[in-house]
Write a protein that binds this ligand. Structure first.
Ligand code: C5P
Length: 219
């Protein structure tokens, strides 16, 4: 079974999908982390500006591995897991840039489908409902107003002890949304017959409960 969830930055996808996957006892596939890892890996190898041809040849040769372990995606670089190095605003921007490249999208789309063949998954990203899993049993587009999303990110940073300015975050979110929605390849939009859920006025618990109900109905 595949549950596909898309939406803009800060819509609450990660938290909601992690909890949904736990509630259903299936794996959680964070495809944003895969784009972040590729952005990070390409930067390590000074390949972020490489030609399409070179990227296509060399991406599969990088020491980068994607596995599902204990219900979660694990990303290894040279055999060791990548983690917090993928979670900073400069990697967010780099991921948004490299995700516009066809060799990167083709490479990761194929990896995402391969991971879903061995496992039931809740797959979360920008093109799950449109390109990667258009036939998923359940397709949901999670969204919320720009300001609510910026406030959520701001709280997350605060909780991690990071300093952050709300207006800066709002601007970064809007820039990233514009880049993700206006790109030619796999732009951010709801897939055909995806259910659109605006979470601006909902708590995380309410969103998770709603998704669990829909998933049960779709099973
Ligand atoms: O979800 P997250 O913020 O970690 O994603 C980082 C970036 O990766 C997004 O802004 C988007 O450009 C890209 N992405 C994508 N397709 C996906 C998941 C993420 O293009 N399925």
């Amino acid at each position: 079974m595949v549950i596909a969830v898309d939406g803009p930055a800060g819509a609450g996808k990660s938290t909601v999908c992690r909890r949904l996957a736990q509630a259903l006892g299936v794996a959680y596939l964070d495809t944003g982390a895969m784009y972040r890892a590729v952005a990070w890996a390409l930067a390590q190898c000074a390949m972020d500006q490489a030609s399409d041809q070179r990227m296509r040849q060399e991406l599969p040769l990088l020491p980068l591995e994607f596995l599902i372990e204990a219900g979660r995606l694990r990303i290894d670089w040279e055999g060791s897991p990548l983690g917090d190095e993928l979670r900073n605003p400069s990697i967010s921007r780099m991921a948004s840039l490299v995700s516009q490249r066809r060799p990167v999208r083709d490479f990761l789309t194929q990896k995402q489908r391969a991971l879903s063949r061995g496992h039931d998954v809740v797959a979360e990203g920008r093109d799950m409902t449109t390109v990667v899993f258009p036939d998923a049993e359940l397709k949901v587009f999670l969204t919320a107003s720009d300001r609510v999303r910026a406030e959520r990110r701001w709280k997350e940073y605060k909780e991690k002890g990071l300093s952050a300015d709300l207006e800066d975050i709002l601007r970064q979110i809007q820039e990233r949304d514009a880049a993700d929605s206006q790109r030619v390849l796999a732009p951010l939009k709801p897939g055909k017959d995806a259910i659109i859920l605006d979470t601006s006025e909902l708590s995380i618990d309410q969103v998770v409960e709603q998704l669990v109900r829909w998933a049960m109905e779709a099973r």
